[in-house]
Design a binder for this molecule. Structure first.
Ligand SMILES: [Zn+2]
Length: 368
């Protein structure tokens, strides 16, 4: 097992930690377990990355920039915002440590250029070995049905239309059927759910194609610069709601980090996101009962195993009493399952600066 550490250094203009503090934390962990890469971002002070980067290079650890793509960028630029298919702005009810979760449009070439410009302006001279693309999705049920039925802006309407989906028809369909728009013929654990409604099915297919197209363009851009590219993905079960098709979106990626967050009561937490589907479409038929147990984890790992790039499932190591109630037994169970699936390793998420020492003990006890 190789490990990738995820370090939140703060949002764009706010540094949460001194570089020396980050180095001390990584150094302490790397003395216990094999650390292959560190994902760090996305505050923009280059001094942090130069100092931390020098330490990482000397330690044989690669440094990747944690770079949000379709959210957060509105805090330092003016992207083309996403809209829902009803023509409304998508609300962002979640505020968490400077993360804004306000999504922008995946069809906008200007939005992709903004991400490239952010890289060039703030990060290209900082010695990164790669980038880790986050928020490569639409909003989820966190913003209600509006989040999932997006992006529906004029640009996206055209992109959908080219692929044979009329967004006005999708809107009419939803308004006529409401909850039963989300009736499922099948809802397998790998997330490739099949809706009874053909229009709904095509909407989710094409939404995933549009997002995968944008991600592929960014992968090619960064790989053209000799960088390795990783992707932050929703767990398979809930990925299709946000336009992430594992087969399509991973085509040009070097590795993926599926967020197998079974203890997170916040966006991207699997049970959290699935419960929001149930809450926002309570009358939908074909919903499934899930429990966040070991068998469920295995079902997610089985689904991930079909992808051909490197697989580093993301396991929460940090602890917060309100949103992420992890413990050493949970970490041991999760990492043992990843190891038993024969994957390259795991990403220890999502902020090593908040990981209790006994959680690192649990990781070390797994062995390699
Ligand atoms: Zn759009």
């Amino acid at each position: 097992m190789k490990y990738i550490l995820q370090v939140f250094a703060g949002p764009w203009h706010t540094a949460f930690h001194e570089p020396e503090e980050i180095i001390r934390t990584i150094s302490r962990i790397a003395s216990r377990i094999p650390v292959d890469r560190v994902i760090i971002g996305w505050q923009t002070d280059p001094a942090v990355y130069r100092t931390v980067g020098a330490f990482l290079r000397a330690s044989g650890i690669r440094m990747l920039l944690w770079l949000p793509v379709f959210a957060e960028v509105g805090m330092i630029s003016e992207p083309d915002e996403a809209a829902d298919i009803f023509g409304n702005r998508i609300p962002s009810p979640v505020q968490d440590d400077g993360a804004d979760f306000l999504f922008c449009c995946p069809s906008s070439g200007r939005n992709l250029q903004i991400v490239k410009d952010i890289w060039e302006k703030h990060f290209s001279g900082c010695g990164f070995d790669g980038v880790f693309l986050d928020r490569i999705r639409s909003q989820s049920f966190v913003s209600g049905v509006s989040g999932v039925l997006s992006c529906g802006c004029a640009r996206c309407a055209e992109a959908f239309g080219k692929r044979g989906v009329d967004l006005r028809a999708v809107r009419n369909r939803y308004e006529m059927k409401k909850d039963s728009f989300f009736d499922m013929v099948s809802f397998p654990a790998d997330g490739y759910f099949v809706t009874a409604d053909e229009t709904a099915r095509r909407f989710f297919d094409v939404k995933a194609e549009i997002i995968a197209g944008a991600v592929t363009e960014l992968c090619d851009y960064f790989k053209g610069k000799g960088l390795i590219v990783g992707l932050d993905l929703f767990a398979p079960l809930v990925s299709r709601f946000v336009g992430q098709d594992y087969a399509l979106i991973t085509q040009r990626a070097d590795f993926i980090k599926p967020m197998l967050y079974r203890r997170t009561d916040a966006p991207a937490g699997i049970g959290y996101e699935y419960a929001l589907y149930e809450k926002n479409a309570p009358g939908a038929a074909g919903r499934i009962g899930i429990s966040m147990d070991k068998a469920f984890l295995d079902s997610q790992l089985d689904a991930i195993s079909r992808v051909s790039c490197e697989k580093f499932p993301g396991i929460e190591i940090n602890y917060r009493a309100d949103v992420v109630r992890t413990d050493p037994a949970y970490i041991a169970e999760s990492l043992s399952a990843v190891r038993d699936h024969g994957f390259e390793g795991a990403v220890l998420c999502w902020n090593m600066m908040e990981a209790p020492p006994e959680h690192i003990d649990a990781v070390a006890a797994i062995g390699s």
